[in-house]
Design a protein around this ligand. Structure first.
Ligand code: AMP
Length: 225
């Protein structure tokens, strides 16, 4: 049995074509079903539906053999003991610093002001501002970071940006592009040894699907940048 951990939403949707290329069809829609273990058309492949930030943990401890998760999650929550054979180039976005349109970020940084930064990505934000030599007070949030500068909780946020529409709708502007983000395939190292043939077959099918997608300049389901 091969167990693949996925999170609902964008990663799940964008993984379906890759699974299809490996001959795997998921038999239920996690948005409609309350089941957490989904069967596939392959009796020896199943999908676990887990929270995005839990994917590395399930794979690291062998609750799943493989998983798909964003680079943001791997950087923030660690990737110890995980084999990362492929950048799947799905769920693409960037991690950026944004502020209210009326906040003079450049002057605040130049003057060495201490910035209040709200984010779910405390480790990524700490490293980014430390490298720039900017002093920050980090405020950990779990969602709707865009709200924090609007109510004076923070001067800036560090968050994922895809189209930029959410920032725009909340009168925020992007002032720093920290890094590009996409989703990675992660594999449990023991599973890779014990179940080498079926895992390699899936990795190779995914790699071929990504290559085909790029060589044909197809819209492969990734978001507009
Ligand atoms: P957008 O309005 O398209 O820029 O999307 C921004 C919102 O979607 C923010 O709340 C982000 O946290 C979230 N978001 C954007 N891209 C991703 C992604 N690849 N994975 C998870 N959340 C994302």
């Amino acid at each position: 049995m091969i167990t693949l951990a996925l999170s609902k939403g964008r990663i799940f949707e964008e993984t379906l074509p890759l699974l299809r290329s490996a001959g795997i069809e998921v038999l239920e829609d996690p948005e409609k079903s309350r089941k957490l273990i989904l069967a596939t058309n392959q009796p020896d492949v199943r999908v676990l539906v887990v929270r995005a930030t839990d994917v590395p943990t399930y794979v690291q401890y062998g609750g799943a053999d493989m998983g798909i998760t964003g680079k943001d999650t791997l950087l923030e929550h660690g990737s110890d003991g995980l084999y990362q054979p492929l950048d799947l180039q799905i769920a693409r976005c960037r991690i950026s610093v944004a502020v209210r349109a009326d906040f003079d970020y450049a002057s605040a940084v130049r003057q060495g002001s201490r910035l209040k930064v709200a984010t779910k990505y405390v480790a990524i934000a700490r490293e980014f501002f430390a490298n720039k030599g900017v002093h920050v007070d980090l405020i950990k949030l779990y969602g709707s970071m865009e709200l924090a500068p609007l109510v004076g909780l923070a001067d800036a946020i560090v968050d994922l940006v895809s189209t930029g529409n959410t920032l725009k709708a909340n009168h925020l502007v992007e002032v720093e592009h920290i890094m590009d983000i996409s989703s990675r395939l992660v594999v449990n190292q023991a599973a890779l040894k014990l179940k080498q043939a079926p895992i390699r077959r899936i990795i190779e099918a995914f790699a071929k699907a990504i290559d085909d997608c790029h060589s044909e300049s197809m819209d492969c389901g990734s978001s507009p940048q």
